[in-house]
Design a protein around this ligand. Structure first.
Ligand code: ADP
Ligand code: ZN
Ligand code: ZN
Length: 807
């Protein structure tokens, strides 16, 4: 199997010695085409000589034992077939790139490597060559050493850390730990102050520190050790001695979550509702492999997962815990690590190649530190040998679907298949399940369990719809804020509580338009208007990152009448700074989280209550648990509702309920204020009562009526090319060919909302597959049409993309 987008596998010849050594799942270096070298994977060892070409010899064997197991190969096969891509695409996507050296791979010298004595003959030659040349391709190394078989040497250099390869330009994350101080748990009672002061009557400085501590703690904010030192005018030695006496204790942000009532990270006992859910899940698993846990936000789903995980670990099996990429960077890791400690390994794309290789090897060897893998969608490809349970948290999340490049898989669905291959169980969890999963549960295909109460019996937030059309008419708006929302914000601030404001657009304003002639500045590479970013006074394309300075005059008519329309997070942030000058305002969107740890920094600052009001995009909706947020405001619900996609309403519901779920999680009932021009919209009504069932029923009805999933399946074909007429004639040919096979079930051809991105024109057709039509036959037919398409010379340069379950 070669890591290239070609449908088939290739046969290479091996000698008897190699035959005795090689096993399926081991890597071999092979040449392919004129002069390319690839890292191939042994898929099958057989005796059928190819008839159409002469089998080349392999260069050499790269592994001593298989690094990919049989279940993985079977799973890859399923992915390739189901998602209609090449097995080689799956192979390439699955392995860390360090495992896939090829002739084009670029290697660099590791500047911090000094111990040249560990290098042997040829390794040294390459290392020396890198002193003169900053980089080398494997191809060049072949020339330097004047032989074809160089992969083991490069592998060995990699292992010895003398070199690194292209992708690996990562910093390692060292979180800055801030030291906080709290009263030792023995002293929690209210009457403890006097006892303490008596005890300390002869230690004047210590007494002073404790008095100041109680003074500061009335603000309910966490207290930094430094702050206590300054305010009470004592040295750190004094605080240390109080800690030695078990009166105070230190804790660190990032290693510890902030909890006020002094609870530690010990094992949690489930409440009766969680306990019941756990029993129901286990019962469901007796009959079904897949179970859906529909638990409202903050019902304590994570704690239920942990119990299940523990039981699987006790049986000596592995657990895979899937999360949307972004949720992975924060709180949940800390939470689960506090519980399972060293048995957890984390795997996601932001990790360095070495870290990923290490996790791969740990899973392969079934090491104790890889019993639980916490990962984003790609962790599905790790070499599990003994999976007992997969948890898919936030199963409705779109980020489980890979849209680009191949394989365009949905990790939730691929996980269900993987679980089956391991005879493992799989639990899907969400407060707002996807329509497909809920439907499957209703059809009894999945087990189904509900958790309808928030932990600690806190009620779901009170949700209020604010009619801003009316507010505008009555002149009760200040900028983008209704008077009502401003009152709620002030109330929360007065209580020293925090606020999250949601605006699903970044930048200052999405559109700049000339008031004289109506023209908006466009991206030169994409068919889309540029977004205004005030902070840098520039215009930016959100599709290709093109940027230019904000012009003074309209490029079409020359007038200086450029005006901004619409609003984004940046504008909201600025308005807030004027409205609430005494409070600290933070913003979380793609622009402020770009640096590798930008995201953690903002979350950390918000957790530490250094930020009072946090404005952000949908990043805010993903699994965050803040215990001091009492108000969530949605500035404009309408943009989400008026989106041309069959899932727009489902998504809008999910997004709004998830964002709302950040309010009032731990103490008292929170508030949610949703501003809209359209308060009677059925989705907003359903959000305001958190009526998932009503949303589900109504949406399902529409899906049936308009022939969409979960009833009909969708396969989308996209053509892309720089030349518009090529794409156009290609798509017309394709549409007719598909129409001949599938008739009215082919939709299109259409151009997407942004019809050109990075200078590539884009056209789509969608094939709908009715419930009774064979999926396999349909795919076969599509594949045949694709083969014919690609045989036409003028169509050959067009990119042909198939996306199965394209939503
Ligand atoms: P969900 O994932 O359903 O939104 P979480 O699992 O994040 O909910 O739980 C919400 C909050 O309640 C968290 O702060 C969590 O630590 C707390 N919590 C949940 N279950 C328990 C329990 N059994 N004991 C103590 N605290 C709990
Ligand atoms: Zn662009
Ligand atoms: Zn103009």
């Amino acid at each position: 199997m070669l890591p290239i987008p070609i449908q088939k596998t290739f046969t290479y010849s091996i000698n008897e010695e190699e035959y005795n050594f090689l096993k399926e799942g081991m890597r071999v270096a092979v040449s392919f085409g004129k002069s390319k070298i690839y890292t191939a994977l042994v898929y099958k060892i057989h005796n059928n000589e190819p008839t159409l070409y002469e089998a080349k010899e392999i260069h050499q064997i790269l592994d001593e034992f298989p690094i990919v197991n049989k279940i993985q190969l079977k799973h890859w096969q399923w992915i390739a077939e189901y998602y209609m891509c090449a097995l080689g695409d799956v192979y390439r996507a699955s392995l860390p790139s360090a495992f896939l050296l090829e002739s084009e791979t670029i290697i660099y010298k590791n500047e911090s490597f000094t111990d040249e004595s560990v290098l042997i003959d040829d390794e040294f030659l390459i290392f020396e060559a890198l002193q003169h040349q900053s980089q080398l391709t494997i191809h060049q190394i072949v020339d330097i050493l004047d032989r074809k078989k160089v992969m083991p040497i490069v592998n060995s250099l990699l292992k010895k850390s003398a070199i690194y390869i292209k992708e690996e330009i990562y910093e390692t994350y060292k979180p800055k730990l801030v030291k906080y101080v709290k009263l030792h748990s023995d002293y929690n009672a209210d009457d403890s102050l006097n006892t303490l002061l008596e005890e300390l009557s002869r230690a004047k400085k210590q007494r002073e520190a404790i008095l100041t501590y109680f003074q500061l703690s009335t603000s309910k904010k966490p207290i930094k050790a430094k702050e206590l030192e300054t305010k009470s005018n004592v040295s750190s030695a004094i605080l240390n001695s109080l800690v030695d006496k078990n009166i105070l204790e230190f804790y660190h942000l990032k290693t510890d979550r902030i909890h006020f009532k002094g609870d530690t990270n010990s094992l949690k006992k489930l409440n009766e509702f969680q306990e019941k859910a756990l029993i129901e899940i286990k019962d469901a698993f007796l009959q079904k492999d897949v179970t859906l846990l529909h638990g409202i936000t903050s019902s304590g789903k994570t704690e239920v997962y942990t119990k299940l995980i523990q039981e699987i670990l006790d049986k000596g099996q592995q657990v895979l815990f899937l999360l949307p990429e972004i949720a992975l960077t924060t709180q949940i890791i800390t939470r689960l690590q506090a519980y399972f400690g060293k048995q957890i390994s984390v795997f996601h794309s932001k990790y360095s190649m070495n870290e990923r290789v290490e996790v791969w090897n740990n899973v392969l060897e079934n090491k104790s530190k890889a019993q639980i893998i916490l990962g984003a969608r790609s962790s599905l490809f790790l070499p599990f040998s003994n999976l007992g349970l997969i948890v898919v948290d936030e199963e409705h999340e779109t980020s489980y679907k890979q849209f680009e490049p191949n394989p365009r898989y949905n990790a939730r669905d691929a996980a269900i298949v993987l679980a089956k291959m391991h005879q493992a169980k799989i639990l899907l969890g969400s407060a707002t399940p996807s329509l497909e999963s809920f439907f499957n549960a209703q059809q009894n295909k999945y087990g189904f369990v509900e958790l309808n109460r928030r932990f600690g019996n806190v009620q779901l937030p009170k949700i209020e719809l604010i009619d801003i059309k009316e507010k505008h008419r009555k002149k009760e708006m200040k900028g983008h804020f209704s008077d009502r929302l401003l009152v709620l914000i002030q109330e929360a601030l007065d209580e020293k509580e925090q606020i999250i404001l949601f605006q699903n657009r970044r930048g200052f304003s999405p559109i700049v338009e000339c008031k004289t002639c109506g023209v908006s500045p466009q991206c030169p590479n994409c068919d889309v208007s540029l977004t205004y970013h005030k902070y840098k006074n520039e215009l930016r394309c959100h599709y290709c990152n093109y940027q230019r300075a904000m012009p003074n005059n309209c490029s079409a008519c020359g007038s200086n009448t450029l005006d901004t329309k619409g609003f984004g997070t940046e504008q909201i942030e600025l308005e807030l700074k004027e409205l609430f000058p005494d409070y600290s305002i933070g913003r979380m969107d793609l622009d402020t989280t770009r640096g590798k740890f930008g995201y953690q920094k903002i979350i950390g600052a918000f957790e530490a209550r250094e930020i009072d009001i946090l404005v952000g995009t949908q990043m805010l909706s993903k699994g965050l648990d803040f215990d001091n947020v009492s108000l969530v405001g949605i500035l404009n619900a309408d943009t989400m509702l008026n989106f041309p996609d069959f899932r727009a309403h489902e998504r809008a519901y999910q997004l709004m309920v998830q964002v709302s779920g950040r309010a009032g999680r731990s103490k008292k009932q929170g508030n949610v204020a949703i501003q809209t021009y359209n308060p009677y919209h059925q989705i907003l009504q359903q959000v305001s009562t958190t009526d998932y069932q009503a949303m589900f029923k109504e949406q399902l009805q529409e899906r049936w009526q308009f022939k969409y999933p979960p009833y009909y399946r969708l396969i989308k074909i996209t053509l892309k090319h720089r030349d518009y007429t090529k794409v156009d004639s290609g798509i017309n040919w394709l549409f007719k060919a598909l129409y001949n096979s599938f008739g009215e079930h082919v939709l299109g051809p259409t151009a997407p909302a942004v019809a050109r991105i990075r200078n590539q024109y884009i056209k789509n057709v969608v094939i709908k597959i009715p419930p009774k039509q064979s999926l396999a036959n349909t795919k076969n037919q599509i594949q045949k049409i694709k083969n014919t398409f690609e045989a036409v010379k003028e169509f050959r340069p067009i990119r042909f993309i198939i996306d199965v379950d394209a939503y």
